[in-house]
Write a protein that binds this ligand. Structure first.
Ligand code: ADP
Ligand code: MG
Length: 476
């Protein structure tokens, strides 16, 4: 039977959704349409060249895997790009696209061959008899020292990292523990050290692993009776980078096996680099003997970057993505998003995507609108109760009715709106939203969200209600 392109793409989307952030999904995948499927080639239409490049740069591995899964090894993906024929020169951002004949081709299909070899070995420690380890270091080449902007906020950690990279295992900084809040650059810096070591000492075996992955590998090893192989594998590493060690907290057996690996590596002069969201003194659920070892070397923190550093980070990012923005927009972003570099980058990306999608130029107004949404959506979470209260106040209804089972029309609508905002603005499950709103099940909530979405597209009064409510909820 011939496969339907829409169905194939829907299947792909379902997997993509589970593998990318909600923001990323919304920004980069929702605007895509599937257009045809011929000879195992699925063609998707993307809104602009920029979209295509972004997808290729950031999601190519995922897309390859998914297409292969859906369409078999023959499967390929082609992009059809909606022509940006009204690119006027007033557009303040430019994308440096290397293709010289970009205007000459209509809907240039860009194909992505899928004939890549097998993916690297997942669990190298199950391969017996490996002598010289030839493993994938799992390092992200984009997270280099070159791309890491130095500032007061990261100076100590950065220079300690640099020192370690120059003499792995040979400085007093062993282990080097980098700690700090979310999105402040711990993972980036950890990769940078690994990359630098790889380039200075190509023979050293460097391994980056998240503590989550480490834990899962360990659990598998226990299941498969291969704990010895697991430990041996890790004991052969020259530079072990473990990200987010706070994840080990409360996991006694994992801590135990890590303790032994740590000791072995440390005694044999190997370098250990750890990251964590807290300094050792504040770590909970961690064995004392492990904590005391974390303190042997150097703990260096990453702080919230200053305004200048935030601007510099944005500029660096823009430079490497080939984007230009007016100064006031850059400053506005840096002023508005203060505590998290990842969010800062996220805002920049959304802004570019928005502008590319709507073919609007990026100016301060667009930035303001976007930031209003972006910062509020990510930084705060309102409660379902609060949403119900705001909705009831707005429509002047008693809240008890909304929580009751009544099917009176205006109550049903208010209830649906409350459900819609609860889904949009909280992390609650559909089931728990339903339970809060008159003891409904998850299907009812889903239906409510769809109804609200449909109405908002077709009914302008209804849309106004939502906008008003959204405003009230966001200044909570
Ligand atoms: P963490 O691991 O602390 O949560 P990440 O290392 O994932 O944070 O950083 C979040 C994002 O911010 C990454 O894209 C990273 O490249 C970027 N970033 C953080 N600090 C810097 C910096 N000093 N210079 C450039 N980019 C940075
Ligand atoms: Mg991280």
């Amino acid at each position: 039977m011939k496969k339907d392109y829409n169905q194939v793409w829907q299947n792909c989307l379902a997997v993509i959704k589970d593998n990318v952030s909600p923001q990323g999904f919304k920004t980069w995948f929702e605007p895509i349409k599937a257009v045809k499927l011929e000879d195992s080639v699925l063609t998707i239409q993307v809104p602009s060249q920029f979209f295509y490049e972004w997808l290729e740069e950031h999601y190519v591995t995922l897309l390859k895997k998914i297409i292969r899964k859906e369409l078999g090894t023959e499967g390929r993906l082609e992009y059809s790009i909606i022509m940006e024929n009204n690119l006027n020169s007033a557009n303040p951002y430019t994308i440096k696209v290397p293709t010289s004949n970009r205007k000459a081709i209509k809907n240039p299909p860009v194909s992505m061959p899928l004939d890549l070899g097998e993916t690297p070995i997942k669990n190298p420690f199950i391969i017996p008899g490996l002598r010289k380890l030839n493993i994938d270091s799992n390092l992200n080449p984009n997270y280099s020292f070159d791309n890491f902007v130095e500032g007061e906020s990261n100076r100590l950690a950065r220079s300690a990292g640099f020192a370690v990279a120059g003499k792995p295992g040979g400085t007093a900084f062993n282990p080097l523990l980098i700690y700090g809040g979310v999105g402040l650059g711990k993972t980036h810096l950890a990769h940078a050290i690994g990359l630098e070591i790889k380039s200075k000492f190509p023979d050293k075996t460097v391994l980056y692993v998240s503590s989550e992955k480490f834990t899962h590998q360990f659990i598998d090893a226990v299941k498969n009776n291969t704990v010895n192989d697991f430990s041996h594998f890790y004991q052969m590493i020259d530079v072990l980078i473990i990200d987010d060690v706070q994840f080990f907290s409360g996991k006694e057996r994992t801590q135990d096996v890590f303790f032994h690996i740590f000791n072995h590596l440390h005694q044999t002069g190997k370098q250990i680099i750890l990251t964590s969201d807290k300094p050792p003194v504040e770590m909970q659920g961690m064995e004392q003997r492990l904590l005391s070892r974390f303190k042997w070397g150097l703990s260096a923190d990453l702080q919230v970057p200053s305004l200048e550093t935030r601007i510099a980070i944005l500029r660096k990012k823009m430079y490497s993505d080939g984007i230009e923005l007016p100064d006031d927009v850059v400053e506005y972003l840096a002023y508005s998003i203060t505590t998290n570099v990842r969010e800062l980058e996220g805002a920049l990306i959304s802004l570019i995507a928005q502008s590319s999608l709507n073919k609007k130029s990026i100016n301060l107004d667009l930035a303001r609108q976007m930031i209003d949404k972006f910062v509020k959506n990510t930084a705060r979470e309102v409660s379902i109760d609060y949403i119900q209260k705001v909705v009831c106040d707005y429509f002047d209804l008693p809240i008890e009715l909304l929580k009751s089972k009544t099917r009176k029309r205006e109550i049903v609508q208010a209830r649906q709106i409350a459900m819609y905002f609860a889904k949009k603005m909280t992390k609650s499950s559909l089931a728990s939203i339903g339970a809060h709103c008159g003891g409904k099940d998850h299907a009812t909530v889903l239906h409510a969200c769809r109804t609200v979405n449909n109405l908002q597209e077709t009914d302008k009064h209804f849309r106004k209600y939502l906008e008003d409510l959204e405003k009230k909820l966001s200044i909570a």
